[in-house]
Design a protein around this ligand. Structure first.
Ligand code: SIN
Length: 295
C-alpha cells in the first residue's frame, strides 16, 4: 500500500498534526473525549454541532446499527453556549467547532462565541433530519453562500460541510467557495430509514435519519471527486472511512485531509491504527497523490 510522509499540515487555513480528523458528532461532546481522540493520533478534531439554543434532540431510538453502517437521528442535541467550557482541556490544540443555525445571522452568532478559541469553524449545512437546519437550508446554494459569507466576516478559517442529498453537490461547493470558505467537507450522512418488521414501525424515533459507515464510502468518494474538479479550495473527505487504504483512496479522489467518524465507535484507537499504517518517514509526499485519480 502507498505510504505517506508525515508532518504537520495546513488544510483550509487550519494547522493540524496530520491529515486525519475526527468528524463532527462522534465523541465530540466533551473536552475530555476530544482530548482523548487527539492523544490517540488524530491530527485535529471537530466538535459536536453547536447551535443557537440548548436542544435535547429527537425522541429515541436515535441510533441503530445496520448492515454496512449506522443510522442516526440524534436531532442536533447540544448545550449551546454552555459548550464553551468544554474547550478548556483542548485549549491551543487543533480543534474545529461545528456550528449550525437556521439563517446567516444565527450561524454568525454561534460562530462568534468560538472566535479566538478554536482553529476554525465548520458549518453544518448538511444534517439530513433537522427541520429548518442542516440540509433543509444547505440544499440551497444561495443560503450556503450567505451563511458562509456571514461567518467568514469573523476572519477565522471556515469549512462548509455539505449534504450528499442533492442532485448536484458541486452547486453547493461552488456556493461555499463564493461565500469565502477555506475548505469544503464532503459528505454528511445520507438520508435513510429502516422499518422494524416486528413493530411495523420505523426503527428511529424521528422515522428518518442519516446513514454513515462503510456503506456510504463510495458515495463520499464520488462527491469528493466531483468537488475537486469544480472548486479551487481544499476538499476534506468524510464518509465511511475506516482504514489507511480508504484515506489514500479519498486523497486520490481529491481530498487534502480526511475525517473519520463512525469507525471510532467500534475502535477507540482507530486514529493510531490508521496513522501507523499510513505514514512512513520514507513515504510519498501527500501532494503527489491528492487528486491523482483525475485524468
Ligand atoms: C444529529 O445530531 O442529528 C446528527 C448531526 C448531523 O447529521 O449533522
Amino acid at each position: 500500500m502507498i505510504r505517506l510522509n508525515c508532518g504537520s499540515v495546513t488544510v483550509g487555513g487550519v494547522r493540524m498534526d496530520n491529515h486525519l480528523i475526527l468528524a463532527a458528532g462522534v465523541l465530540g461532546t466533551t473536552g475530555a473525549s476530544l482530548a482523548r481522540i487527539l492523544s490517540t493520533g488524530a491530527g485535529a478534531v471537530v466538535t459536536k454541532s453547536i447551535g443557537p439554543f440548548p436542544h435535547e434532540g429527537h425522541p429515541g431510538p436515535c441510533f441503530a446499527e445496520i448492515n454496512g453502517g449506522l443510522i442516526n437521528a440524534m436531532g442536533l442535541p447540544n448545550p449551546s453556549k454552555d459548550f464553551l467550557t468544554e474547550l478548556t482541556p483542548v485549549s491551543g490544540k487543533p480543534v474545529i467547532a461545528s456550528v449550525f443555525g437556521g439563517n446567516p445571522a444565527e450561524f454568525l452568532e454561534v460562530a462568534s462565541w468560538f472566535s479566538g478559541r478554536v482553529s476554525g469553524i465548520e458549518l453544518n449545512l448538511s444534517c439530513p433530519h433537522a427541520e429548518g437546519y442542516g440540509a433543509a437550508i444547505g440544499n440551497d446554494p444561495g443560503m450556503v453562500e450567505a451563511c458562509t459569507k456571514a461567518v467568514k466576516s469573523l476572519g477565522m478559517p471556515v469549512w462548509v460541510k455539505l449534504t450528499p442529498n442533492v442532485t448536484d453537490i458541486t452547486e453547493c461547493g461552488v456556493a461555499a467557495e463564493r461565500g469565502g470558505a477555506d475548505g469544503i467537507v464532503a459528505i454528511n450522512t445520507v438520508k435513510a430509514m429502516r422499518i422494524s418488521t416486528d413493530l411495523r414501525r420505523p426503527v428511529l424515533g424521528n422515522r428518518f435519519g442519516g446513514l454513515s459507515g462503510p456503506a456510504i464510502f463510495p458515495i463520499a468518494v464520488r462527491c469528493v471527486y466531483e468537488l475537486y474538479e469544480a472548486c479551487s479550495i481544499p476538499v476534506i473527505g468524510c464518509g465511511g472511512v475506516s482504514s489507511a487504504h480508504d484515506v489514500v483512496e479519498m486523497m486520490m479522489a481529491g481530498a487534502s485531509a480526511v475525517q473519520v467518524g463512525s469507525a471510532v465507535i467500534h475502535d477507540g484507537d482507530i486514529f493510531g491504527s490508521i496513522r501507523d499504517a499510513l505514514y512512513s518517514p520514507d513515504g510519498m509526499r501527500p501532494e503527489e497523490i491528492v487528486g491523482c485519480a483525475h485524468g
